[in-house]
Design a protein around this ligand. Structure first.
Ligand code: 5AD
Length: 358
């Protein structure tokens, strides 16, 4: 009997994975069945199919982006984030335009063709100032792509950034379930505004990144199903997913971290559903699990974002506790990343790595 039941569930799990791999979507309850089934054999099958689909689309190449954390000041008060404004213990810094350009200089020397400027929503780095910084980077490195990740800004600001030459914008939606969103954020923030920003960014022609934390407090399977539905609706070019990790001196300091296995499953599923998407192996996953980066690559992630920030500020950009920043995370240690990738049969691609439709 037991054996029969297993066979039946083998059949349906594989059937659903194969359906995704064939370019079809699933019903909500089918997605749920995949999320809730944690059978190791099933998950191994999903991983293998996701790896095959990734190879068909990108070969064994992994894109690298140089991450520059431009400010640890933030006006927002998200309950999960170590940089929230109420965190008096957070160490604050703000890079100058010259410091940012020096990071790009170093990055270009190391071979990076994309710079990601990420920071809190810092009023001290205003829209015009940031647009000017983007302009200087594009002038100095015309063949490089610039990605911004500086939160919710007025549409006019996004337009300025675009006109200055910014190519991409990362703005995770964090959770697509409005009730869950309200559990993670203070009441002055709203999912609707976040989605408006995402739609505005897409309309302006940014390659746009959305994404969610996995295992954040209060997250249920239904929240993840809402996330999948939202991603299907907005079709972002990039999808950033990492486990929730507790951050000291935040309301969620004592909460349990998200799971690496669930994060990897979502990476594999989103790879199948969005075969051309740019999906990073996140630092949060590498922080949670020593093999997080390579596991993510083998599940369909195709982007790594080593840290190019000045060494002196890296530990101050403390979104969550124990952030990995010494090994593959460091842009100066690209050789480690190359070796790690070689061990699993992959290699770095030193190009801009723009999103391309089939
Ligand atoms: N754990 C994991 N990820 C976090 N982020 C913010 N705080 C945490 C945390 N405690 C993620 C958010 C944000 C990105 C920059 O970092 O998804 O969009």
């Amino acid at each position: 009997m037991m054996e029969n039941k297993n066979k039946r569930s083998d059949f349906s799990y594989r059937y659903l994975v194969d359906k995704l791999a064939a370019g079809e979507t699933l019903q909500r309850e089918e997605w749920r069945a995949l999320l809730e089934d944690t059978d190791a054999g099933h998950e191994a099958y999903l991983q293998k199919v996701a790896e095959t689909v990734t190879a068909r689309n990108f070969g064994k190449g992994v894109y690298v982006r140089g991450l520059i954390e431009i400010s640890s000041y933030c006006r927002n008060d998200c309950f999960y984030c170590g940089l929230r404004r109420s965190n008096r213990q957070a160490l604050r810094y703000r890079l100058s335009a010259d410091e940012i350009l020096a990071c790009c200089e170093e990055g270009a020397r190391l071979g990076f063709a994309t710079f990601v400027l990420q920071g809190g929503e810092d009023g001290g780095q205003g829209d015009e100032w940031l647009a000017a910084v983007v302009g200087s980077i594009k002038q100095r490195f015309p063949s490089c792509a610039v990605t911004l990740s500086v939160g919710e800004r007025p549409e006019a600001a996004y337009r300025l950034f675009r006109e200055a030459g910014a190519d991409r914008y990362l703005l995770r939606h964090e959770t697509a379930n409005a009730l869950h969103y309200a559990l993670l954020h203070p009441k002055e923030m709203s999912l609707e505004r976040r989605l408006d920003c995402l739609r505005g960014l897409k309309a302006l022609g940014f390659q746009t990144g959305a994404g969610m934390m996995i295992g954040s407090p209060g997250q249920t399977a239904d929240c993840l199903l809402d996330d999948i539905a939202l991603l299907e609706a907005i079709r972002p070019e990039m999808i950033g997913m990492g486990p929730f990790l507790p951050a000291a001196h935040t309301p969620f300091a004592g909460k349990e971290a998200g799971s690496a296995a669930m994060t990897l499953k979502l990476i594999a599923l989103m790879r199948l559903r969005f075969p051309r998407a740019l999906i990073p192996a996140t630092t949060a996953l590498a922080t949670l699990s020593p093999t997080g980066r390579e596991d993510a690559i083998r599940c369909g992630a195709n982007v790594i974002m080593p840290n190019l920030s000045p060494l002196a500020v890296r530990s101050k950009y403390s979104i969550y506790d124990h952030k990995a920043c010494t090994g593959c995370e460091s842009a100066q240690a690209l050789k480690l990343t190359e070796d790690m990738l070689a061990r699993i049969g992959y290699h770095i691609v030193y190009g801009r790595g723009d999103y391309e439709k089939e």
